[in-house]
Design a protein around this ligand. Structure first.
Ligand SMILES: *Cc1c(COP(=O)(O)O)cnc(C)c1O
Length: 381
């Protein structure tokens, strides 16, 4: 049965159909999309078809999508680009304490450049309150950036409501939707955000490619300068093969999302129920209902998450502990600390994230293996 991959929020395996498209592109399309000759035109067509596919998935227009090297770059471009454009109007930005490091580190950087940043607190289930958001707004607020879905606990945040509040006060809204796109339906006109980040490798596409949606009519400053690619918002020769793979990944999501969500939700529910039944002192972190279907963050009394991860790894079950993005560090997850967990509680948690290629049999196997490992680890204490 093993190996079993339950770390789909860190990255997903490439879908074989996506791989085929990339291989075909690498074999047959080598032109620079900016070239006017036939080679260039073929690359341009491949890129524009992918852009169209990704825009359709999100209910956006294709010229509202700008390719980047991934979610991190899209988040940097969004926040720095808006700040550079709008800083004469005001220097205040509102975000949350549970954002991805690519948001939080960008905010820290802008603080050194003169920005004033409010980090909204969350309750013990990871929720922000609209009241606190409203209280935080000042006449210097230019941007609110709140993630659509959290990578560690899976919570979904109320972007539609946030956009309504922000727009009534002439404030722009960005959302890091990297963990939402491909996992739940994301329709940009419906949530009403101005700028949105996504990344292909979180939904079975290749790593190193992502996109920023920028609403038609809105202009932001580029953070890189060069040739005029991506309408000078993100210059540099396009990664044609990765972009075609990204397009295919988006097409597969558009075709299969509703069945896939249900299947993944059912597997997670089974895993969650099984764990709570067999290990009664387990705690589930984050919102119980309002979250992306495949994410399960769970803590166990008197267990080190890191030790549990290593023992699961020996059993060929891959999960993550703490924050995957600062892996290698033994610091407790800042997201779990923001929920009010103690250092020890935060360190006891592991994240299991399910995806397209997991099966019920794998969940059954994990439900057999996990309690045995937990019991053994508790005996060591
Ligand atoms: C993975 C992730 C990112 C970073 O995306 P990359 O493409 O890996 O740079 C940003 N935000 C969230 C919520 C993520 O899960």
């Amino acid at each position: 049965m093993p190996p079993i991959y339950l770390d789909n929020n860190a990255t997903t395996p490439l879908d074989p159909l996506v791989r085929e498209v990339i291989e075909e592109c690498l074999r047959n399309i080598h032109g620079n999309a900016s070239s006017i000759h036939a080679y260039g035109r073929r690359a341009r067509v491949a890129i524009e078809n992918a852009r169209e596919e990704i825009a359709s998935l999100l209910g956006a227009l294709s010229h509202e999508m700008y390719f980047t090297s991934g979610g991190t770059e899209a988040n940097n471009l969004a926040i720095q680009g808006i700040y550079l454009k709008e800083k004469n109007r005001g220097n205040h930005i509102i975000t949350t304490r549970v954002e991805h490091p690519s948001i939080l580190a960008t905010m820290k950087y802008l603080e050194k450049e003169g920005a004033l940043v409010t980090y909204l607190p969350v309750d013990n289930a990871g929720r922000i309150t609209i009241h606190e958001l409203q209280e935080a707004i000042t006449d210097k607020t230019i941007l609110i950036s709140v993630m659509l879905a959290n990578n560690e606990i899976g919570n979904i945040y109320p972007l539609k409501k946030i956009s309504q509040i922000a727009h009534a006060k002439n404030i722009l809204v960005h959302t890091d939707a990297v963990q939402a796109v491909g996992k739940i339906p994301v329709n940009i006109p419906n949530i009403g955000v101005d700028v949105l980040s996504l990344s292909a490798h979180k939904f079975y596409g290749p790593k190193g490619i992502g996109a920023l949606y920028i609403k038609q009519g809105l202009s932001i400053e580029p953070i890189m300068h060069g040739g005029g690619q991506e309408r000078a918002i993100r210059p540099g020769t396009e990664n044609t093969a990765a972009i075609t793979g990204f397009g295919k990944a988006a097409e597969l999501i558009r075709a299969h999302l509703s069945q896939e969500m249900e299947r993944i939700f059912n597997m997670r529910k089974k895993l969650e129920r099984g764990i709570l039944e067999k290990i009664p002192d387990a705690h589930i972190y984050g919102e119980l209902d309002h979250r992306i279907p495949g994410t399960l963050n769970v803590g166990f009394t008197h267990i080190e998450g890191e030790a549990l991860l290593l023992n699961l790894d020996l059993a060929q079950i891959a999960v993550s502990s703490g924050s995957a993005c600062s892996s290698g560090s033994l610091d407790p997850s800042p997201v779990l600390l923001a929920l009010g967990l103690s250092q020890q509680e935060a360190k006891s948690a592991i994240r299991m994230s399910l995806g397209r290629f997991n099966t019920e049999e794998e969940i059954d196997f994990v439900l057999e293996a996990l309690p045995t490992i937990i019991t053994r680890l508790k005996d060591v204490y």
